[in-house]
Design a binder for this molecule. Structure first.
Ligand SMILES: [Zn+2]
Length: 700
């Protein structure tokens, strides 16, 4: 729900098989390229003492070259296609590239620089082309298809059979059954889309960094703490940078309404005019995607994109929206009244505007629950939250234990590393946590892997979490908000999904699952943040070590259902925008992005002035530069799953080793090895239901 996180893994997987003749470009000395030799570190962890900027490009090009050679071998093989000489050979053709890409995209997200940015721009069309040339390779597809069509006669285990089916579906989805002419048309579209998407991401990043608000008079920052103000100061001025979402964190505390308005306007208009205008990119991408879907035989992009997901069709997604909208609207109407009353109570005579919402909502929260973040934060010191909260819950549920490793090199001094062990002491994997915001990191929070679990490759998982918590001053403790506590649990839920992967094949291991399934383990893991036993273990005052008082705890819980109308409507609004952009047909006339957006929201009764979408179209990175096109609904979908699963735990004794083991065996360790709806049913004994989510949100 509130954590809008991108799984980079999804992108990497999406881009991890393709091809191009680029031999001549790989000029530097491969022998010395640390990305191309097996790391001598535990778990094959990347050796950041050796990896330099200049190693990425040649290593990635080499990875593509290796894959091309492996594929050429599959095609040249004169023997009949078999599971080994085709399916496994194809699966393993991307091994080098997978491992190099994993490190490159980790840094591109968490610790970028000009070289990496340039490489990314250069690589975007190359990857797209590489990918297309593989997935649209007729000879390769014939081999893959031959194995697939003969599947009933092969004696294979269930996972291997699933791999064959997945490979086949992937080719068909990418257009392998099209005529040569159509394939070429598709290739061109894909290359253009990749390049537009990259431009979008770049403009957006610049807009967020440079398009924020500059304040010259300190007086205008009234409401902010001295510490925050100090952090904003630059050359005698105060610069407020934008974060990804429409609402900006400082809007909560800024007292000056004009300043709030200005900051908000900067946020919602960051990319709709001037230097960082992305409207044309949005229009072009939406129409090109429609065109792509048409070539592939679908009515619209969403219908094509939803293949293989748990929801499976746009209708099912809209059905979910329609089930949530009425309850959400009445909740938000009640919240609006409450906040307006708070505004009036202070003697103001203005009408609630979106930039007032968080400011006055915080006051309502305080008066209603008497809870303020400053009172709570001293109990949420990051290392305690991580080790005594997140890890503790994982130990209770899954029996795993953690040991800090200071001997493993990282890409930034803020990054912490832990080794994880099974209950019997055997090795499970490595976990990296990179928690603090910095300029070289993009916004949000996410999980991915440096090394993906695969029994075939003899790889144990090396997983990382990246977040954007404010970094404390030197020597000060990192006290985080409860929201960020939940993010820490959330991201580690993804980490567990990656760590517990128990597959032979990397491409279907761990978190390599459908978009509307992948956020399920992470959202589910958030539930433990408020479990009394877990809380009592980690929520310790950073100075006194005193456990969080029961009264305060109760307040946090009560406050948990606060503002849920706002939160779900802003999510529904963005999810709906995503679906509306991706259910247009070829030739739809879009004269203006803002007008399209307005109509799209009004159509679903989601055009509410004081509750703008969490992301407006022109800065909706998930769908226009993050691989989540027609997939943003997944957060709501998986929220439904997570509440339903927690309901199962509630009915079975909650935090027990036995429950954890069952969840691990039937969900967390399954990767993409069976139908998701079926997988869920095996675990819960029935289909998921929306009731627990509606209750948890206070919508029922
Ligand atoms: Zn997530």
């Amino acid at each position: 729900m509130k954590k809008q996180l991108l799984l980079i893994a999804t992108l990497v997987v999406a881009m991890s098989c393709k091809t191009e003749q680029t031999k001549k470009e790989t000029t530097s000395n491969m022998v010395e390229n640390p990305l191309l030799v097996k790391s001598s570190l535990p778990y094959g962890a990347p050796d950041f003492t050796k990896i330099k900027n200049e190693h990425f490009m040649p290593a990635i090009l080499k990875g593509m070259e290796v894959q091309n050679e492996e594929i050429a071998k599959i095609i040249a093989n004169t023997e009949a296609p078999t599971f080994e000489n085709t399916s496994i050979a194809f699966e393993e053709s991307s091994k080098t590239l997978d491992n190099v890409e994993a490190v490159f995209y980790a840094l591109a997200g968490a610790h970028t620089n000009d070289t990496i940015k340039d490489n990314q721009k250069e690589l975007a069309p190359k990857f797209s082309k590489h990918n297309d040339e593989i997935l649209l390779n007729t000879k390769l597809f014939e081999k893959i298809k031959a194995v697939h069509d003969n599947l009933d006669n092969l004696e294979l285990d269930a996972e291997s059979k699933h791999l064959v089916k997945e490979q086949y579906k992937k080719f068909v989805k990418a257009g392998a059954n099209l005529s040569e002419e159509k394939k070429n048309e598709l290739k061109e579209i894909n290359a253009e889309l990749a390049s537009l998407s990259n431009d979008f991401g770049k403009k957006l990043l610049d807009a967020s960094k440079k398009g924020g608000l500059t304040v010259t008079d300190k007086e205008q920052l009234k409401g902010l703490s001295e510490e925050t103000i100090k952090g904003l100061e630059k050359d005698g001025k105060y610069e407020i940078q934008l974060i990804n979402t429409t609402q900006q964190p400082l809007l909560q505390t800024l007292e000056n309404r004009e300043v709030r308005k200005e900051l908000f306007e900067k946020s919602i208009h960051r990319t709709d005019a001037g230097d960082y205008d992305t409207s044309d990119l949005v229009k072009k991408m939406a129409l090109l995607r429609a065109k792509k879907a048409q070539i592939l035989g679908f009515d619209n992009f969403a219908s094509w994109s939803l293949q293989g997901t748990m929801a499976s069709t746009p209708d099912k997604v809209f059905e979910m929206f329609n089930g949530l909208i009425p309850g959400s609207l009445s909740k938000v109407a009640a919240e609006t009244k409450e906040i307006q009353a708070e505004i009036n109570k202070e003697g103001n005579d203005f009408t609630l505007a979106p930039y007032d919402w968080n400011h006055f909502a915080e006051k309502v929260r305080k008066s209603k629950y008497n809870l303020n973040e400053d009172e709570v934060k001293p109990y949420f010191e990051l290392t305690n939250v991580l080790e005594k909260g997140v890890f503790y819950a994982a130990t209770k549920l899954y029996g795993i234990t953690f040991k800090k490793r200071t001997d493993i090199p990282t890409y930034h001094p803020d990054v912490v590393v832990y080794e994880i062990f099974e209950e019997d002491g055997s090795k499970l994997g490595l976990f990296y946590g990179d928690f603090f915001a910095r300029d070289s990191k993009r916004g949000g929070a996410w999980m991915s892997a440096f090394v993906k679990q695969s029994k075939l490759r003899g790889q144990k998982p090396v997983i990382y979490n990246v977040c954007n918590y404010p970094k404390p001053a030197e020597g000060e403790p990192a006290l985080i908000s409860f929201d960020n506590v939940e993010t820490t649990f959330h991201e580690f839920g993804h980490a567990l999904h990656g760590l517990f992967g128990n597959q032979k094949y990397a491409s279907i291991s761990g978190t390599s699952t459908a978009r509307d399934f992948v956020e399920f383990p992470s959202q589910f893991n958030e539930n433990w943040a408020t479990h009394p036993e877990v809380l009592n273990n980690y929520a310790l005052h950073y100075k006194t070590g005193e456990v969080i008082p029961d009264a305060l705890l109760q307040k946090i819980k009560d406050a948990g259902t606060f503002n849920q109308g706002y939160s779900i409507i802003e999510n529904l609004a963005s999810s709906n925008l995503d679906m509306q952009w991706h259910t247009i047909s070829v030739g739809t006339n879009i004269d203006d992005v803002a007008r399209f957006e307005e109509k799209a929201l009004a159509k679903m009764k989601l055009k509410i002035d004081e509750v703008p979408p969490r992301y407006r179209s022109t800065y909706f990175a998930h769908i226009f530069s993050g691989g989540y096109g027609a997939g943003y609904y997944s957060y709501l979908w998986t929220e439904m799953l997570s509440h339903d699963a927690y309901d199962w735990f509630k009915n079975n004794g909650l935090l027990t080793r036995e429950n954890g083991q069952k969840f691990r065996e039937q969900i967390l360790s399954k990767g993409n090895t069976m139908d998701y709806a079926e997988m869920y049913k095996v675990f819960a004994g029935r289909d998921p239901q929306a009731e627990p989510m509606l209750k948890a949100r206070g919508l029922q």
